[in-house]
Design a protein around this ligand. Structure first.
Ligand SMILES: [Mg+2]
Length: 381
């Protein structure tokens, strides 16, 4: 069996899918994308394609090594995301060729179901109460909220109070038996993170996410030790090498994205690395059906998995949603906030190829918002 053809599809709301076909007619799908830089990842996939065409799709690890290391320059979001999507597609092909779900090829499932959390509120969370209540009604046992919207270089008293009020409100609605995650999105300074984490600690968040920007791992230890709140990070880290300093700083939860951090092959290794520091795996996934399917395969195989993000109904998904591109939406059915173990071969999801080809015709040009401070300077989004 040889890799015969690689296609990419730019599909709304902001995703890129790849389709890898073998000369035997086996098709594997993946999701190589950086949100807001999809076209750059698409070009990179087609550069990597030059090496893959004509080769055996089942030697996944060797292809991973060549794609990650063979170009001399390595790492970063664009290359690591192109590699991630192709890696997913190769695992999908392997599963279909061997007639097994990917988690079976990774050593077999270590759990029967996977716990999911849902986003509540948007980027500037105003209608938080209604949103949290809806998620509880839908059966979720954990929700995540944004801690802040746009904040100045150093937060005001009103900004800090706003975080505490938001967290307190969500906790009151959730009660003590459900979990609350709080995402800082790298929007506050490290010093503000140290100020605000002790204030929200009494509400016992499951974790606080990205309290400092990913390019400042040297500041993370002070933030970790500023309060008892478990710290999570990793959606903007791309390899086990990127994760080592944040693990050494004492984070409790690692959040590699299956479509950014080198795919199934590398996220599986990042999870194992995290075990050394007693950290849990909670894959980042505001993306489409293939990123989610790949996340679930690792979640079923990784012993230190904690909880899974998903994008169904998320505030970014304007004009299209995750289930628009799948023929078997029941594989993503949430029962009491959990997903059942997928039984299908490969990634365990069947893609609606006609819908994907149709969607690619309109494409998208999604870009994240550019936020400005009151004085006109650039603010973190
Ligand atoms: Mg986040």
């Amino acid at each position: 069996m040889k890799i015969a053809r690689i296609e990419t599809f730019l599909v709304p709301p902001r995703w890129l899918f790849c389709r890898v076909e073998t000369d035997d007619g086996v098709v594997g799908w993946g999701e190589p994308v950086v949100e807001g830089r999809a076209e750059a990842v698409r070009a990179t996939v087609h550069v990597l394609e030059e090496y893959l065409i004509g080769r055996d799709p089942l030697t996944i690890e060797d292809h991973w090594q060549v794609m990650a290391r063979g170009g001399f320059y390595r790492g970063g979001p664009v290359l690591s995301s192109a590699l991630a999507g192709l890696d997913q597609a190769l695992w999908d092909i392997a599963g279909k060729a061997y007639g097994a779900p990917v988690h079976a090829l990774l050593g077999g499932a270590v759990r029967d179901r996977v716990r999911m959390y849902a986003w509540a509120g948007g980027d500037e969370p105003g209608e938080l109460a209604d949103s949290v209540s809806e998620r509880i009604e839908a059966g979720f046992t954990a929700v995540k909220v944004n801690a802040v919207g746009r904040v100045p270089a150093l937060a005001t008293a009103a900004d800090l109070d706003g975080v505490v009020q938001r967290v307190a409100l969500a906790r009151e609605l959730l009660g003590p038996g459900r979990d609350l995650a709080v995402d800082f999105h790298g929007r506050v300074s490290a010093s503000d993170a140290r100020r605000v984490l002790p204030l929200i600690a009494p509400y016992h968040p499951m974790f606080a996410e990205e309290p400092v920007l990913p390019d400042r791992p040297h500041l993370l230890r002070d933030v970790v030790t500023a309060s008892s709140v478990p710290i999570a990070t990793g959606e903007r880290l791309y390899s086990r090498w990127d994760f080592r300093p944040v693990l050494e700083a004492g984070v409790a939860v690692v959040q590699p994205d299956l479509s950014h951090a080198g795919g199934i092959s590398e996220v599986r290794r990042i999870a194992a690395l995290a075990e050394v520091w007693d950290a849990r795996l909670a894959p980042h996934c505001p993306l489409g059906p293939l990123a989610l399917a790949a996340s679930l395969q690792v979640a079923f195989a990784a012993p230190n998995f904690l909880i899974q993000e998903h994008s169904i109904g998320i505030h970014y998904n304007d004009g299209a949603d995750l289930l628009d591109y799948v023929l078997d939406p029941e594989v993503f059915r949430f029962t009491a906030g959990h997903v059942a173990r997928p039984a299908g071969p490969g990634l365990g999801v069947r893609i609606d190829e006609a819908a994907v080809r149709r969607a690619d015709k309109s494409g998208h040009a999604w870009r994240n918002p550019i936020w400005r401070h009151d004085d006109g300077g650039l603010a973190e989004w």
